[in-house]
Design a binder for this molecule. Structure first.
Ligand SMILES: *Cc1c(COP(=O)(O)O)cnc(C)c1O
Length: 438
């Protein structure tokens, strides 16, 4: 344990008059003393906000409450409060009250793709299972912020059971993603119960947990939690670092514990204006992540939830960042940049273009340096007509269950065994006319 900073000591004294220094390491203490009001915030950090900011604060928290762990609060750089990336992610801004054109309460239509309570089933083989609705820190950029602190959306035991039953009775589901809220705010025992139940379902091959605790509450990653988690392999964890400053000694210790337990770690960042919308910041972030055995997984375009307009960047900013990463640094440092499609279309990867043109025998490409190059394609390629008769195919795939495999989407258009020649959006006016005429 390193020595405490002056700021940490002042925070402890402010949030808990009986607080002793060793409490800092206790995640329950951290949770019990989350900062939720302005007076405590100011006193703990030794700052004073002007009258206008105080008034804005009151209006904003009435709609979107604040909660900051003492630990995360201690990362705020008080000498440049307004520009601090930790402050911006944690402290309410009056800009959250602005609902701009195109904003939506539930842009991802998680409610509509929910066949059972707590479950969003959007992709063929995996589901999102919301097992908790609480978080230790309320991220200002939360996509589900409309539900934060909403008592009505706490999943009940019965709802959880119905969700689990859906997973048990849906054999296509091979991957279950636990999210929330933050699943790591559940007790070790409750989490153990959920993971044990999922372990008992044959078709569930992997479980993933999405958590921000390594960032905002690294004290949560205790030896006992990790000892329990390692009994539930194959288990993957995705965390949510947005800025290199968040990779503190405590955060790194938490990541080491998880990685040492054999848990593959990924990171999902959100591209946030004024926080990390800069190629240099992103490059520093991904380098720090891989140095701590965390693989950058996704970089999200900030979605269209209400009150996030001040965090959004043009998509071009994300492309520019990807351009600065691809080729310039190790391939495993590069996340996939995605836009989560409004209306529930799922995550759509977007990337700079590297394929410039092509003819029947050559493709023309450019690399990260701007070098234009060609790749010569084979002069002849004998297509193998695929009628899904794998037994008699020269490729001899020998995949079990291959006969149940169904091509969907663009993959379907490419499949030889499928007659579909185009995919048409429902409600297409021209097709509607054809039907009306028929
Ligand atoms: C993100 C997400 C998943 C997981 O997607 P991957 O691309 O497999 O990481 C699954 N379900 C929903 C509803 C999601 O939003």
């Amino acid at each position: 344990m390193q020595t405490m900073s002056k700021q940490q000591k002042q925070i402890i004294r402010t949030v808990d008059e009986d607080g002793v220094l060793s409490h800092w390491r206790d995640w329950h203490w951290q949770l019990r003393h989350c900062v939720r009001d302005l007076d405590t915030f100011e006193k703990a950090l030794g700052v004073q906000l002007d009258a206008r900011m105080r008034e804005d604060f009151a209006r904003t928290v009435a709609k979107f409450p604040m909660s900051i762990t003492p630990y995360y609060l201690s990362l705020i750089n008080t000498s440049d409060l307004a520009n601090d990336p930790v402050f911006r992610q944690a402290f309410p801004s009056p800009l959250e009250m602005i609902i701009s054109r195109g904003d939506m309460a539930d842009p991802l239509h998680e409610g509509e793709d929910s066949p059972a309570p707590c479950v969003t089933h959007r992709y063929p083989d995996r589901v999102l299972f919301l097992v908790s609705n609480t978080c230790s820190m309320y991220c200002r950029h939360c996509t589900r912020k409309r539900r934060v602190g909403d008592l009505a959306s706490i999943p009940s035991r019965e709802e959880m059971r119905a969700g689990m039953d859906y997973i048990r009775h849906t054999p296509q589901i091979r991957d279950v993603l636990l999210s929330g809220g933050d699943p790591f705010l559940l007790s070790d025992e409750r989490l153990d119960e959920i993971l044990t139940e999922l372990d008992g379902i044959d078709h569930v091959e992997v479980v993933r947990i999405g958590t921000r605790t390594p960032v905002v509450l690294p004290q949560r990653i205790t030896d006992s939690l990790v000892d329990m988690l390692r009994m539930h392999h194959p288990l993957w964890i995705n965390t949510h670092f947005n800025h290199p400053r968040e990779l503190t000694a405590s955060a790194r210790r938490a990541l080491t514990r998880l990685a040492d337990a054999g848990i593959p770690l990924g990171n999902q960042s959100v591209l946030l204006a004024g926080v990390n919308d800069c190629p240099r910041i992103m490059r520093a972030l991904v380098h720090k992540l891989v140095a701590n055995r965390v693989r950058p997984y996704y970089l999200y375009q900030c979605d269209l939830s209400e009150g996030l307009s001040h965090f959004r960047t043009p998509v071009g900013k994300g492309i520019q960042i990807m351009e600065s990463l691809i080729g310039h640094t190790s391939g495993f440092c590069v996340p996939t940049y995605v836009i989560d499609a409004p209306g529930g279309g799922g995550k759509i990867p977007v990337s700079p273009n590297y394929l410039i043109s092509w003819s029947t025998n050559k493709v023309v490409l450019r690399n990260y340096e701007g070098v234009i190059t060609t790749y010569k394609q084979p002069d002849s390629h004998e297509p193998i007509f695929c009628n899904r008769d794998c037994e008699n195919c020269s490729l001899q795939l020998g995949l079990e269950d291959a006969d149940e495999w169904k091509a969907v989407g663009i993959e379907k258009l490419m499949a030889d065994h499928d007659e579909t020649i185009s995919l048409v959006p429902a409600g297409n006016g021209r097709y509607q006319r054809r039907e009306d005429d028929a």
